[in-house]
Design a protein around this ligand. Structure first.
Ligand SMILES: [Zn+2]
Length: 569
């Protein structure tokens, strides 16, 4: 038994004897906080398939939990690290600093991947991103293998939980994606994510000097190999699906021989895309489930009266959404299989900890748009934005002449930000504010662009007081945001992910991208449906209040009164 466990045992006995394991409200604290995040789970997707949900998964959460049906992310760049960090910290990217999956770092002069950190290394050799097989262009952009949460500028709920008791609370974050695990585990917890290169769950030496035995044991089973020579097949009779008759759509992506129609073959287990194909199917969530189960058992989470925290971020829904769209046969089967995966996770938590002792919260890091092809087939306007059609050269030439710019004007476009070159930014002779305004006006004319907002206007508070501009403002961090923020028309987006043509891409302030579920359940909460608009920044302060710890440092959200009232009853 470790020192921490010994201390915890002694302390717990004392707490039980004194019956003092109470939160600020005087109620018993949950032994475990289970935060489930489903990547790209738009708010309508669980209920769309309600009749076909099984027992114990979404149906348990929807029927037994406090269900917020009008929950949204408050920021404009609805991307993975932005949403996860907002869920974890209870604040906006303008404060937590994660303004995008990538940003251009003016100090290093390089594009930065959100959780990369050259000061650390992975504990597993050969687990770094394999650039040749990596389909996620933001992962590919990382220049070093090290990972840490150091770029997250405010504390997380999980940080505050550990800070409340000298680190006795155990905090673990798990995901296929490094950013899905690291953001939620915070600065003080431990994060594990799936390396597609090594087929193992890994971490960096920011967190640990060596793996616990149980992690080595889990990895030594080579769990992914169970899927070798198997297929992703439909779980039910094809006729029972909404999208059963429209499996093959021309806008769906076909990567690594996976194909556009069922059954989707994973291959023999030796191909360069084998582990990638697992992650773009429900198998990716099953891997995460199995590792999360091992974590619960081996770390003895929730076994005593000191509250522990487990974050499980499921990524398959995001990859399936990108490749096939959220209204596809693949997405439909994925949600029904995710429902079974959730049921297994909740059954394990019930067995290990008891759902009555566990405060569960489920949400998503962002939603996602339907594919233009699907919407067009129903007569709804939508389309892919193609920057190649824009007459960028003439616009750039006009601006350079007007402002006397000699070298290059644009350093990079990393959605949603356009960054001016270093020489332009550093040149005191150039009126940066006027230059930004002129560039924003030119970009606003391009096909598919709804608006382009300059950072000077945001910094000076010189933007219209409407919801879109307020969402852009909440995304604005003076050191990391670019010179121009781009918003495309509703249902218009770029589908070229650095060479990979995908069916759909999120990242806008429009309703389909901001809309996510928020469901609190377990821990004696009574079922309730809430229809007032709430925001993802409200989750972390709600958890803080229920558990009786201080709110994360940057918190801007408010505790959800329906959850607090239910805890009082
Ligand atoms: Zn995401």
């Amino acid at each position: 038994m470790s020192f921490t466990n010994t201390v915890r045992l002694g302390l717990c006995l004392a707490l039980i004897l004194a019956s003092q394991a109470l939160s600020a409200a005087g109620q018993e604290k949950p032994r475990l906080v289970l935060q489930i995040t489903v990547d790209q789970l738009r708010g309508d997707l669980p209920t769309r398939y309600y009749e076909r949900l099984g027992e114990g998964g979404f149906r348990y959460l929807l029927e037994k939990g406090i269900v917020y049906r009008n929950a949204h992310h408050p920021h404009a760049n609805t991307e993975t690290i932005v949403g996860h960090t907002t869920l974890a910290t209870g604040t906006y990217p303008s404060i937590h600093g994660m303004v995008g999956n990538l940003w251009f770092d003016r100090e290093t002069g390089q594009t930065t991947y959100n959780v990369e950190d050259p000061d650390y290394r992975l504990l597993t050799a050969g687990a770094d991103v394999d650039a040749d097989a990596e389909i996620d262009p933001t992962q590919r952009a990382a220049k070093t293998e090290g990972r840490s949460p150091k770029a997250i500028l405010s504390s997380t709920f999980s940080d505050e939980l550990r800070a409340s008791n000298g680190g006795l609370s155990k905090v673990v974050g798990i995901s296929v994606k490094d950013r899905g695990a690291i953001s939620m585990a915070g600065h003080a917890g431990t994060a594990y994510w799936f390396s597609k290169a090594s087929g193992e769950f890994v971490t960096s030496n920011y967190y640990l000097e060596s793996y616990p035995d149980w992690v080595n044991e889990w990895n030594s089973q080579h769990y992914p190999q169970r899927y070798a020579n198997t297929h992703w097949e439909l779980m039910h009779d094809r006729d029972s699906y909404f999208f059963g008759a429209t499996d093959d759509r021309p806008w769906e992506a076909d990567i690594g021989g996976f194909g556009r129609v069922f059954p989707h073959a994973f291959g023999d287990g030796g191909g360069p895309y084998f582990t990638t194909l697992l992650t773009v199917s429900p198998a990716g969530d099953e891997l995460v489930l199995d590792f999360a189960t091992a974590t619960l058992v081996n770390e003895q989470l929730g076994k005593d009266t000191i509250t522990d925290y487990l974050s499980v971020s499921f990524s398959a829904t995001d990859y399936v959404g990108h490749l096939f769209g959220p209204s596809s046969l693949e997405s439909e089967d994925n949600i029904l299989r995710l429902d079974r995966t959730l049921a297994k996770l909740l059954a394990t938590v019930d067995k290990q900890v008891g759902l009555e002792n566990t405060l569960i919260v489920l949400s998503a890091d962002h939603g996602g748009p339907d594919t233009p092809g699907y919407l067009n087939s129903l007569g709804i306007p939508a389309g892919y934005v193609n920057p190649e059609e824009w007459d960028r050269e003439s616009a750039i030439t006009r601006i350079k002449q007007q402002f006397g710019v000699e070298g290059k004007l644009i350093e990079t476009y990393s959605h949603p930000y356009v960054y001016f070159s270093q020489e332009v930014v550093a040149n005191p002779a150039i009126n940066a504010q006027a230059l930004e305004a002129a560039a924003a006006a030119e970009i606003s004319k391009f096909k598919g662009v709804y608006t382009a907002v300059s950072s000077a206007a945001l910094r000076l508070g010189n933007t219209p007081d409407d919801e879109i501009h307020n969402a852009i403002l909440k995304n604005f961090h003076p050191k990391r945001s670019g010179n121009i923020f781009l918003v495309f028309e509703p249902n218009w987006f770029i589908n070229d992910m650095e060479g990979l043509l995908v069916a759909s891409t999120h990242g806008s302030p429009w309703r389909y991208d901001t809309f996510v579920p928020i469901i609190f359940a377990g821990s004696g909460l009574q079922a309730r449906v809430v229809d007032r608009e709430v925001h993802t920044v409200d989750i972390a302060p709600t958890l803080s209040t229920v558990v009786g710890v201080k709110q994360p440092s940057g918190t801007r959200g408010h505790p959800l009164v329906e959850v607090l009232e239910a805890k009082k009853e």
